[in-house]
Ligand binder design. Sequence first.
Ligand code: SAM
Length: 257
Amino acid sequence: MARRGALRPPAEVRRMFDRIAPRYDVMNRLMSLGRDVSWRRAAARAALARRPSVVLDIATGTGDLAFELVAQGASHVVALDFSLEMLRHAARKRLEKQVARITLVCGDAMRLPFRDRSVDACTIGFGLRNLPDYEAAIREFARVLRPGGVLVILETTPFEGPFAPLLRLYFDRVVPWLGGLVSGDRAAYSYLPRSTAAFPRAPELAELLCTAGFADVHFRKLMAGTVALHVAVRGGAEVRADTAAWPVRVPREPMRP
Ligand SMILES: C[S@@+](CC[C@H](N)C(=O)[O-])C[C@H]1O[C@@H](n2cnc3c(N)ncnc32)[C@H](O)[C@@H]1O
């Protein structure tokens, strides 16, 4: 049965991403054979379909999904992560690309520092699998989204079908070896296939989204079924928040809760 949360506790996850931050982007390109760029493109397209004014990119890491959102015309992206090293690389890229429409925020995805119903769209790319409680995380995303707001989840998904043995071989053997070579952290890249295998299958994740009050839940698989893209619309129904309203407002009108 799929796990309800990440294989490792948050502090360990944060340390791991702090460590691999310098080689994170290059490893993504290598192990996905460059395809991760087009997955983020598809995720951004889905998030921007309803022309949101502010998009919150959760677990933004080095910011690739946030940059793609801006490239596709997002007016403002708030990009949040709890790894300072990953954010430092995002900040460097923001400077190099001279992008002003991204606000970087250091924060916890499980306790988003935004008020209820203050965000038009949320994206999370390869982040949900690393959070300690998937259901609670999805409830937290629903809390900050306004009714009718879109949630887009891009995530690796347990391998199924005729290619599964081949994919397992690649992810269990080749990826950790390559990760060790490129980032010097073989353990971080052994965690990737293990956490993917333990993650809910795409229909199970869709079910979690429905349970949290999302409507119009869709998903599609990419790259021989190794990655799933889920899109869901925050329903009008009341979603229970664990936290009282947080003090920081997303810095753009019209964002009143
Ligand atoms: C695999 S990276 C994904 C980065 C980026 N979204 C992408 O598409 O490449 C996962 C990110 O999730 C972040 N993360 C994990 N747990 C988090 C949490 N509880 N709060 C905020 N960020 C978290 C990590 O620091 C890391 O940067």
